[in-house]
Design a protein around this ligand. Sequence first.
Ligand code: PMP
Ligand code: GLN
Length: 411
Amino acid sequence: HARRIEGIDKNTWVEFSQLAADYKAVNLGQGFPDFSPPHFIQEAFCKALNGGFSKHQYTRAFGHPNLVKILAKFFGRIVGREIDPMEDILVSVGAYQALFCTFQALIDEGDEVIIVEPFFDCYQPMVMMASGTAIYVPLKPVCCGPVLSSADWVLSPEELASKFSPRTKAIVINTPNNPLGKVYQQEELQMIADLCIKHDVICISDEVYEWLTYDGTKHVKIASLPGMWEHTVTIGSAGKTFSATGWKVGWAMGPGHILKHLKTVHQNSVYHCATAAQEAVAVGFQREYDVFGSEESYFHQLPIHLHEKRLRLADCLKSVGLKPVLPQGGYFMIADISNLNVDLTDPSTKDEPYDYRFVKWLIKEKGLATIPVSAFYSPEHKDQFQKYIRFCFVKVLVNKNNNWSLDISLP
Ligand code: PMP
Ligand code: GLN
């Protein structure tokens, strides 16, 4: 095999989704909804499929025209500038491929990429496959009040500044963050932006959960800060935006002179994405454009719906002695398991980090699947973060008794 794939053959999602299936566990692990996308977008998909031959055939390589046009119009209004649909946007197979194209297009051997920990796990192998060097900087919990919150996890400005070097090519941020749920505040983004501008570094901003914020927290796009459009590639996902993760429509957005390099990777690998799904997502964004800011908007309704699930999960976790960190945004909640003292005697997991062993025990013995949080840390720092597990609260039932809440009360 090629050296570029050395050591990245194991994958968290493959491993834990399989385990959850094998043990028929309640799956609060992998993040996806257990409800359907809104009707307007399902109808749009059916209409696209039934509307003649063209939606069954290839479309424009860098994004179906209807989709790039409405993405440009929609996000142009949000970032407060004109976005060129043909130059500044690339539609991809989910946010995953947008990220992959970004790293492949921009990172060379010897380039450094700063990654904020904890991070969505694919950033590290993607940097590695592009021959770059990942440099990590942690979000750390500062002293906190009676309710633990993702807002307590912050970057040290001095530590972050110290990671920039003449070799730094990019920094990857994720807001709202997976797994923590941290939503970066304007001042934190400004601090990152100042460093990007000072060192002429690109910010790769993964914003797939951009509509999911709670308790009045606002999502801010770093690309909208002064001078940052030119320095940012913003990554989005229709899967997360419209609760249709299986459609795998995503995008990268940024200045045309950067995006053109992502297009080079795309045209020589995937070429273009499924036409009907792109047409349906275009209809969805047009609808959201028309009702934006009103109570009818799905982007308004979805976080309200998930907020209930979030509170329900937090209550369940507290009732069994876990300490949840309340997320400001996203799909996930992490919880401290260190006071549970479970006797993990399964010999098959004895060399694994504590949180991996705990999660496997929970799946096998209690029928509940979650994800170990050390999976979101670099190989170098994994062993310092073994006391949290991640729950996906999108799949929590609000009005019914979740039988798993009783099941995990044993220790
Ligand atoms: N980034 C983050 C932070 C994610 O959680 C995910 C998973 N949804 C992705 C990117 C990939 O998204 P997609 O399913 O659109 O490829
Ligand atoms: N982003 C989702 C999660 O964090 C799914 C990841 C995946 O399936 N690869 O759970």
